[in-house]
Structures are given as C-alpha cells and as structure tokens.
Design a protein around this ligand. Structure first.
Ligand SMILES: [Zn+2]
Length: 110
C-alpha cells in the first residue's frame, strides 16, 4: 500500500499543491479529487488526510509517517474524522443526498 507522497507516481503538480498547502498550513475546507478511475485519487486523498492527522509528522515535511495510529486508521478506513464518499453504483456522480448525510455526520457529536 502506498502511504507516502514520495511513493506516489504521477500527478506531480497536484502532489506539490497538496504538500504546499500542508506545509503553509493553508488548508481549504474541501478538496475534490476527481477524474477517471485508476489515477490514484483515493490513495492520494488518504495520504493527504494522513498527513493532516499524523501524530509524528514534522512541520517541515508533509510526509505522513504511515505507522502512527492515526495514519493506520486512515488507511484502513477506520478513522472517525475522515470519510470517503464515492458515487453509488447506479449513479453517474456523488448525490446531493450523500453530501447532506456526510455534513450531518460531521456536525454530530459522539
Ligand atoms: Zn502518522
């Protein structure tokens, strides 16, 4: 499993943008990863999320450690603050209902 920016192949422009956002601490409230299947959108989104939540990352490096509990939970889809939305099989895109549900979940307290 690829869990570091340095191991990700391709999309070098997008990698730089994401890493610069992390290092400059100018994170927009949303990023949209879209494009044909097989580009690594999900992998890159997980690496980005891990970097933002990694407990061992230094402020001078955007690389997540990949081994702390936050990184492990993000890459296994069990981190409560990182949610992956994908289109449902019978839909052409993510539905507004899916977005509303994720917003609702985000505002719920445990
Ligand atoms: Zn980590």
């Amino acid at each position: 499993m690829i869990n570091k920016f340095k191991d990700f192949i391709g999309n070098t422009e997008n990698l730089k943008v994401l890493q610069n956002k992390i290092l400059s601490k100018t994170i927009p409230n949303a990023f949209l990863f879209y494009g044909p299947s097989g580009l690594g959108k999900k992998t890159l989104a997980y690496i980005f999320s891990a970097s933002l939540n990694c407990m061992n990352r230094s402020d001078k490096d955007a690389e997540p450690c990949g081994i702390c509990s936050n990184c492990k939970r993000i890459f296994t889809d069990t981190y409560p603050d990182v949610k992956l939305i994908t289109r449902e099989p019978d839909r052409a895109s993510i539905s507004i209902e899916q977005v509303r549900e994720i917003k609702k979940q985000a505002y719920q307290t445990a």
